[in-house]
Design a binder for this molecule. Structure first.
Ligand code: HEC
Ligand code: HEC
Length: 237
């Protein structure tokens, strides 16, 4: 990927030179400053240069998630239906077409994953997490997470995010918000059905197990497969 400095420095020099020239000669330099890489510089301090995440466990990896999913989240932050003040503030007033472009940019990125967590979760907790993710819990009406999030946990086009590479604090935060009704998705909100059936212990267990998995070799989301999904999801239409 082109480094932003490589883009910005020549652009700045061109601008300085352009000041001495006729107005029309200076115009092309603005095109470089206005590249998508330059525009997302406000995002990379928290999400990483290619959307891979940073060492802060609450700032999620966004690289490689389906563009439709990322777009839905940006719209939700803009419209205030998903709340995190710095995000709400950053995308306030941005038009749909711009949000779509940002979503497509991060969906195309394939940066390496951070090393998996090597925390000290105990074996019973990890076993519960693994069984919820891969098999679900039929008695509690919880479907296996992999039926929607993909066999390799890389998500499914167009609206289901990969869970690979997310940290426990972030996963626990999101599932808890869904359960208490603070995070919503398009109706029918299948994740609400899932999250409201998970206990606190279940949430801790899936978060611990997910964060200890080896990163997938190919992080690309699977193609849409409505037949395999146990519940309908409004965001998969
Ligand atoms: C101050 C740090 C910060 C900055 C700057 C920031 N984000 Fe975020 N972003 C977050 C956090 C934290 C979350 C999770 C918020 C939550 O739901 O609790 C998030 C969530 C997201 C999500 C949803 C991720 C998912 O998997 O659901 C997207 C997409 C996103 N940000 C894109 C962007 C874009 C694009 C920019 C730049 C315009 C940006 N962010 C700037 C911290 C930041
Ligand atoms: C019926 C399909 C389905 C099942 C089963 C399912 N999910 Fe989801 N999940 C979704 C959809 C759709 C979204 C995105 C919703 C939106 O647009 O915000 C999502 C989003 C999430 C997110 C937010 C990720 C992020 O980047 O913010 C987490 C975490 C999550 N699911 C965890 C789980 C876990 C854990 C399980 C199993 C216990 C599970 N899901 C089962 C469909 C499903």
């Amino acid at each position: 990927m082109t480094s932003p400095m490589a883009l910005l420095i020549p652009a700045a020099l061109a601008l300085a030179a352009g000041a001495a020239l006729a107005q029309s000669d200076a115009v092309p330099a603005f095109k470089d400053v206005d590249s998508i890489e330059a525009r997302v510089q406000g995002c990379v301090t928290c999400h990483g240069q290619s959307g891979q995440g940073t060492s802060n466990g609450y700032y999620p990896r966004i690289a490689g998630k389906p563009a439709g999913y990322l777009y839905n989240q940006l719209v939700a932050f803009r419209d205030g239906t998903r709340r995190y003040p710095p995000m709400n503030y950053l995308v306030a007033y941005l038009p749909d077409s711009y949000l779509r472009e940002i979503a497509e940019h991060f969906a195309r990125q394939r940066p390496p994953f951070a090393p998996k967590e090597t925390g000290a979760a105990d074996a019973v907790v990890l076993a519960r997490g693994k069984s919820l993710v891969t098999a679900g819990d039929p008695q509690k009406g919880i479907p296996a997470c992999v039926t929607c999030h993909g066999a390799g946990l890389t998500g499914m086009e167009p609206g289901i995010p990969g869970l690979a590479g997310l940290r426990p604090t972030y996963i626990v935060g999101q599932l808890t918000r869904w359960r208490v009704g603070e995070r919503h998705a398009a109706e029918p909100d299948c994740m609400k059905r899932v999250a409201t059936r998970l206990s606190d212990t279940d949430i801790t267990a899936v978060a611990a197990w997910l964060s200890q998995q080896v990163a997938p070799r190919d992080p690309s989301p699977e193609s849409s497969n409505l037949v395999r999904m146990p519940f309908a999801c409004g965001s998969q239409r």
